[in-house]
Design a protein around this ligand. Sequence first.
Ligand SMILES: [Zn+2]
Length: 478
Amino acid sequence: MRGSHLRRLGLALVTLLIATGTLAGAALADDERYTPGSSGLGDPFFPLAGNGGYDVQSYDLDLDYTPATRALVGRAFVTAVATQDLDAFNLDLRKQDEEGHFYAVSRVAVGKDNGPTLKDMAFSHEGQELTVVPRPKLKTGETFVVLVEYAGTAHEVTDPDESIEGFVPTDDGAFVVSEPQGAPGWYPANDHPTDKALFDISITVPEGITALGNGVLLSSETENGKTTWEWSHGMPMAPYLATATNGVFSLTVTELAGGIPSYVAVDPRRTNTAVLAHIPAVMAFFTDTYGPYPFDATGAIVDFAPDVGYALETQTKANYSNTPGESTLAHEIAHEWFGNAVTLSSWPDIWLNEGFARLSEWLWLEHRGIRTAQQSFDLQYARPATSSFWQTPPAALPGPEVLFSSPPYDRGGMTLHALRGKIGDMAFFQLLRTWYVENRYGNVTTADFIETAEEVSGMQLDAFFDVWLFQPGKPTSW
Ligand SMILES: [Zn+2]
């Protein structure tokens, strides 16, 4: 294919030279340099997640959801910069399947802004890959806007570990959580944690339903029996952390220290929610311990979503499928620092999110005088050496089915607590603050953490991290 393509171009070149005698050589190079962006970014666990060839700057999502029918109508403006010369590129969005779940795309347009320059473009849609063919082609460095109009029936995404995520319908709305691969279940995304972007999310729902997005609430307006809730989050966010949870909620807005608004939404069926009164103190504690709060809002969404059965640290306001305990509340808020501001680069490094959140629970319980972090460590360490728990090293997970299993959480937290003992309190808390400040709004790897730990402590820690992160078996000396 490539050979005959080149020969045809050669003929065209000769013709052009005869006809014009001008810059035909440049025309050849021009045509050759445009290629399709890759359909995935090669994550070891989710190879088709994300796409190559561009860097998203912002998502502007307009969603209309009807809980009674689960009908979701979406219009997304995605603003991106081309990182290669593109003759095609992909977005991740689940195509409507034989059972009518997910979405049919009715229109794709590309332009320089979201107004008059938008022109309809050819596209194709297969599985979760929406392929757009922009004309004119896109040059490296060019900023462009893609409009995607789609509609269908909301349905959950099932993960390799059998848990559910995405836009999960509930009896009065939807519980919207997308780690690690739920985003294409409700909006067209470059669904990879390394492509952070700004988000404006507007959700139109029947009057009486409250809809919650990331960041701050700009407005809620009711017209003809429908209410539109407009949320804006002007700080970098990985696609898996977006939310649009909706249902019957009582929403309370307060202002915390530093003028940070706190949005607390509670399903009225959740009555025992006194734990939420800890939010300001948890925020203050982690601000003292790790550094300034990274985002423009905080809060909590406490829903009635028994089919989901877990909480997720959706950025600026975590989603809880049930009333959380105090540890879980601290865990999800700590993720704003570690997970949301400082984010893993690939899914096998999940311990960088979860080990830090687990350690944060232990530090919170220590701060509250409930039990020391050492006691929390000891409770985990008491597992017998024969337990299968010890067979999965947290930084060497075998596959996506163990992403949310105990080792990246508990042995991840233990790794950090053991490191505290190894390098001492002064160096350890300096390390956590350095790790946060240097990587805030970016992405990190396990190798980055080891390097920073060695720099801050001045110690050689290869053997320590090998025992705790990479080798199966119960660590006995480190
Ligand atoms: Zn977590």
